[in-house]
Design a protein around this ligand. Structure first.
Ligand code: BGC
Length: 264
């Protein structure tokens, strides 16, 4: 089968994280990966130039596969910070040199093909409402990722409102993610009861502010959801993300095509 624009349902997605950079070829009809994902450790220090090199290696590796999309097709990329018009505007858990970096421009130039960068939680959120736990849900779906920080995505009737930074809400004089992220649980050696109490405070407040229809809980710790979700009491249904590992790859691949179509 030739790789032509009649095949716009396949795209490459790359998920830049604090410890690893992962990429995959995504079948956008199903939201699943075609073949294995590729992962390389995040370079240290994770400067823009060093990260761009690793992203290029992954994209080259994926592009060499027979199932790869066209060589000049757009690539979707996630980044764990506020991304406004392609530029990083925060760096809570990444190298500070990213602030003000045109991530879109940097990667577009390095890869020599269109790149669309978005916030990591936004990508996960998009994947969940299109293919996973939030599919077909009316109203506001809040996807909350519990990891090094707390990421959040707000999707209203299927439309993503980007860069909603609920992890940076100040609750009881503290930035929420410094108390209730998965890394805060490890740092403070919390029991599941203690951790659930912190999450309770966070989710009750967010529920009051946003009146969501559904909370979808993602991040690595969502694998242990049975240990803490039943201990949290809110009126909004809470479910775990369907795509435990690849939501960032899938969501960013999807967004790359949406952005490209909007630009046409
Ligand atoms: C950042 C968010 C990011 C989240 C998860 C937070 O510290 O501010 O932009 O989505 O961590 O990586």
């Amino acid at each position: 089968m030739s790789k032509t624009s009649q095949q716009p349902n396949i795209a490459i997605g790359i998920d830049i994280g604090g410890t690893g950079i992962k990429g995959g070829i995504v079948d956008l009809d199903t939201g699943t990966l075609l073949g294995e994902r590729l992962r390389i450790d995040t370079p240290k220090p994770a400067t823009p130039a060093a990260v761009a090199e690793v992203v290029a290696q992954i994209v080259e590796g994926l592009s060499a596969r027979p199932e790869a999309p066209e060589a000049n097709s757009p690539v979707g990329v996630t980044f764990p910070a506020i991304i406004h018009r392609g530029v990083a505007r925060s760096a809570a858990n990444v190298d500070k040199s990213w602030i003000g970096t045109d991530v879109d421009g940097l990667l577009t130039e390095r890869l020599g093909r269109p790149v669309h960068v978005m916030n990591d939680a936004d990508a996960a959120g998009l994947a969940e409402v299109r293919y996973g736990a939030g599919k077909g849900v009316d109203g506001t779906v809040l996807v909350i990722t519990l990891g090094t920080g707390i990421g959040s995505a707000l999707i209203h009737n299927g439309v993503l409102v980007p860069n909603i930074e609920l992890g940076h809400l100040e609750i009881d004089s503290a930035v929420a993610e410094t108390k209730a992220s998965a890394s805060a649980r490890e740092r403070d050696d919390l029991s599941w009861d203690e951790y659930a109490a912190r999450l309770q405070r966070f989710f009750s407040h967010v529920e009051f502010l946003m009146s969501p229809s559904l909370f979808v809980i993602g991040g690595g710790i969502s694998k242990r959801a049975d240990d803490f979700l039943p201990k949290i009491s809110v009126n909004t249904p809470m479910i775990t993300a369907s795509s435990k590992n690849n939501a960032g790859i899938v969501g960013s691949a999807l967004q790359s095509l949406i952005s490209e179509q909007l630009a046409e």
